[in-house]
Design a protein around this ligand. Structure first.
Ligand code: ADP
Ligand code: MG
Length: 321
């Protein structure tokens, strides 16, 4: 089932209605929060394994958002063989929330290392490795006609911070299926990271994610958000004019190949932007550091979202064991 906005709401995961706290112990520490979700660390009482529990409120601003949450679950399911997308373990439902039990990305947001002081900030070599992983993950999504639409440093996590681990892409709350592409126009992400076509209410495509990856790479390398203005309006103007600082000052000690890479993405015309596959072949990512790795050749065969299986969009009561 897919609605006109590219949301998919047929899910395969059984939604459990037995108490979440019967099976998991919540550890007090909050891992993070966004607009409508709180994410907390929890431990599976049976296995002792740590997970991240994302509590999503079903009602937001007086509106029923269950369909949005089912869409998020469906996208996570469709990406379960994608090595760089966070794994979905289980789903619970209470009166007020739907709880996604996710793989815990213990290293936190790459955001923290983007704004960190010099000794903790990423080196260009780090960024090359992480960018390859992000692109491999996103290429995999795009091959399956999924666009993320909210790629930013708060939604790209690390399996560990020290030593620097691997990427896990999270937060598919705005993600859409692109098959019936035309009418996906109304979604707004975060101004600093959204492409000009979103601000202009033009059609969205996989190229929209590629813009965000350009911004993300810029931030990871320089610690500066390229379009951020003093207010929202100024930011919007910077985005729509593609007003970017590529000066030596901003890119001190960073290779010109890196700048060239970003320039293939921060292009106003979405059709001119590099694709994820194309990016993986860019010389910046294929330099002298590990030439033996070809992350884009990783297997990635994802099941189609349309595959008829035991589809489920309604919660079922848990049958007692
Ligand atoms: P929202 O849709 O509200 O933005 P997110 O899925 O982005 O929710 O989660 C909010 C924050 O919680 C993230 O920015 C991140 O800091 C943290 N977080 C989310 N998922 C995980 C996870 N699997 N492991 C660790 N931290 C997470
Ligand atoms: Mg988020």
């Amino acid at each position: 089932m897919m609605n006109k906005n590219g949301m998919v709401t047929n899910i395969h995961t059984r939604i459990r209605t037995d108490p979440f706290t019967g099976n998991y112990e919540l550890l007090g520490r909050e891992l993070g929060r966004g607009k409508f979700a709180v994410v907390k660390k929890c431990v599976d009482k049976a296995t002792g394994k740590e997970h991240a529990a994302k509590f999503l409120r079903k009602r937001r601003k007086g509106e029923d958002c269950r369909m949005d949450i089912l869409n998020e679950i469906a996208v996570l399911e469709s990406a379960k063989t994608n090595p760089y997308v966070v794994a979905l373990h289980e789903v619970y439902e209470t009166n007020s929330d739907i709880i996604l039990v996710l793989e815990c990305a213990a290293g936190g947001e790459i955001f923290n290392q983007c704004v960190a002081d010099n000794d903790e900030a990423f080196t260009e070599k780090d960024v090359i490795r992480l960018a390859k992983q992000i692109l491999t993950g996103v290429a995999c999504l795009h091959r399956n006609n999924i666009v993320h639409l909210d790629l930013k440093p708060q939604n790209v996590l690390l399996t560990s911070a020290v030593p620097l681990g691997d990427i896990r892409i999270v937060d598919f709350g705005l993600s859409r299926r692109m098959d019936s592409v035309s009418e996906v126009r109304e979604i707004l992400g975060t101004p600093e990271y959204v492409a000009p076509e979103i601000l202009n209410y033009e059609p969205i495509s996989t190229a929209t994610d590629m813009w965000s990856i350009g911004v993300l790479t810029y931030v990871m390398l320089t610690g500066q958000s390229p379009f951020q203005g003093d207010n929202k309006q100024e930011t919007y103007l910077n985005v729509s004019q593609v007003n970017v600082d590529y000066s030596q000052d901003a890119f001190e000690g960073i290779s010109s190949l890196a700048i060239d890479f970003i320039k293939t993405l921060l292009l106003k015309n979405p059709r001119k932007r590099a694709t994820a596959e194309g990016c993986l072949n860019h010389p910046w990512l294929n330099g002298l550091t590990d030439p033996q790795t070809h992350p884009h050749l990783l297997p990635c065969s994802l099941p189609s979202l349309d595959e008829p299986e035991t589809s489920q969009s309604e919660s079922e009561p848990e049958s007692p064991a």
